[in-house]
Design a protein around this ligand. Structure first.
Ligand SMILES: NC(=O)c1ccc[n+]([C@@H]2O[C@H](COP(=O)([O-])OP(=O)(O)OC[C@H]3O[C@@H](n4cnc5c(N)ncnc54)[C@H](O)[C@@H]3O)[C@@H](O)[C@H]2O)c1
Length: 447
């Protein structure tokens, strides 16, 4: 057996018999649930993060991610299968290392790969023969091979012989009760046949279905395609919403009827704008990369334009409703924005359109407060510094009645919508929740 095949065989065997140790870098929405799924499948897992507060919380068996309960976390720690640290020296002890760090956009909306690069350098400092390195962060096609691999090969070790490298996109759906990390099919790819084989056996241990594809770039493109598909379709229904509203047609009624077609149609729903860490951001990774090939990404940019115009459209509808129903200008009105999170039943406010709604209402001279059962206070954000520290208003009948309008931005299930409707003077509903609950009324406007 030559050195190359012995490195592969040894790692392969360690993965197969679960004696391989896994390191997960970046213990956020993606990394922590993944760490639990990998630990549950029998591997010893070390979690790495640069944020010491996260490590203190995890040590105290406190999970800050909804998808991971404190009980699950405690069970893995007590079984000796999981611990977390800020000390990256432990990377040398890991056979498989998975990178789950952020991939945001810069101020100029270009890919910000600084987290991926820094992490790759940290791994490079501890790289040894016989390791499998995996990127899970969402990114443009070519990142794994052209950036991560290049940084790791600066050590003098070679991908495919000394170490192995792969990409596997993450498909978390925060708040989704039907799917967990372990039950969502996982696309895997590797740089070369051996890397792919290791990817299949490592992920095959932790998730029920693996979907191998031929290259890391293909797997990177799969993830972007899934998110671009959502962004474009959401933009389409948002555009149809504005057109049908002008014609006196209710978009939600249209969608409910259209989705009875058993083939060739898939429902997407309009809203106050796109939110979350993925859909508003990831498509622009492809736009940026396409420039290198002098190719435009017109669908992506048009979808971005339509979706980011939604908060202004919704506030326009709110102003119109205040005018018509209350004879009151928005500039003299108090508005309660209901729901700060970008989607229902979660606490995540990243890129949430609710922040933009508050900003636009106040730019137009109105006064806006918010209520969100999951977000007690607005944390510091890069774009909305002026909103930092504002607190969620208690949702009492008196408080509700004190506002000129309630703007439903997020349809959290926990809200008592019947009580809300009873106390509110005017409701602008961007999620169709009141109609869905049979609570349509003259003072409820859809937007
Ligand atoms: N949140 C989702 O639902 C979701 C879904 C699919 C894909 N993704 C992708 O997964 C990646 C991670 O996203 P997330 O939502 O988990 O982000 P997150 O912000 O929740 O977590 C990232 C973690 O990485 C840590 N970190 C940052 N730099 C680090 C470094 N140099 N070394 C170690 N840790 C570091 C942060 O402290 C944080 O805990 C992104 O590429 C994202 O696009 C996210």
């Amino acid at each position: 057996m030559d050195a190359r095949s012995s490195t592969f065989e040894t790692l392969s065997k360690r993965i197969e018999d679960r004696t391989a140790r896994a390191g997960i870098i970046g213990l956020g929405y993606v990394g922590l649930p993944l760490a639990m799924a990998v630990a549950r499948s029998g591997f010893a897992v070390i979690g790495f993060d640069i944020d010491p507060k996260k490590i203190v919380a995890l040590d105290a068996r406190h999970s800050y991610i909804d998808a991971v309960t404190n009980e699950v976390l405690a069970a893995e720690i007590d079984a000796g299968r999981f611990f977390s640290t800020t000390d990256f020296a432990g990377l040398a002890d890991c056979d498989v290392i998975v990178i789950c760090v952020p991939t945001p956009l810069t101020k100029h909306r270009d890919p910000d790969l600084s987290f991926v690069e820094t992490t790759s350098r940290s791994i490079g400092a501890h790289l040894r023969p016989g390791q499998l390195i995996v990127l899970e962060s969402t990114t443009y096609p070519g990142t794994t091979d052209d950036i991560v691999k290049v940084i790791l090969e600066e050590t003098g070790l070679k991908s495919g012989s000394d170490f192995f490298i792969g990409f596997s996109p993450e498909r978390e759906d925060p708040g989704n009760q039907h799917y967990r990390t372990a039950t969502i099919p996982k696309v895997v790819a590797g740089d070369g046949a051996e890397a792919l084989s290791l990817m299949k056996s490592f992920y095959g241990a932790a998730v029920s279905t693996v979907v191998p594809v031929s290259s890391n770039a293909t797997a990177e493109a799969v993830k972007l395609t899934e998110n671009i598909f959502r962004s474009v379709n959401i933009a389409l229904v948002n555009e149809l919403k504005t057109v049908y509203a002008a014609m006196g047609i209710d978009i939600w009624e249209v969608i409910d009827a259209a989705k009875t077609k058993p083939f060739g149609y898939m429902p997407f729903y309009p809203g106050p704008g796109l939110g979350g860490h993925c859909i508003p951001i990831d498509p622009f990774y492809l736009t940026w990369k396409s420039r290198e090939y002098e190719l435009p990404t017109r669908f992506i940019e048009l979808a971005g334009e339509i979706n980011s115009a939604m908060p202004r459209y919704v506030v326009g509808k709110l102003a119109e409703a205040l005018d018509i129903q209350a004879g009151k200008a928005l500039s003299r009105s108090r508005v309660l924005v209901l729901g700060l999170a970008y989607k229902k039943n979660v606490a995540d406010i990243r890129e949430s359109p609710s922040l933009r709604l508050i900003e636009i209402i106040e730019e137009r001279g109105g006064k806006a407060d918010y209520h969100d059962p999951f977000v007690a206070e607005i944390p510091p954000t890069r774009e909305y510094q002026a909103l930092k520290g504002r607190k969620s208003i208690g949702l009492t009948p008196d408080a509700i009645a004190g506002y000129d309008a309630v703007l439903i931005a997020t349809d959290h299930d926990i809200i008592d919508y019947a009580a809300l409707s009873k106390s509110a003077k005017l409701i602008v509903d961007t999620r169709n929740v009141l109609s869905r609950l049979g609570l349509s009324a003259d003072h409820v406007i859809k937007a």
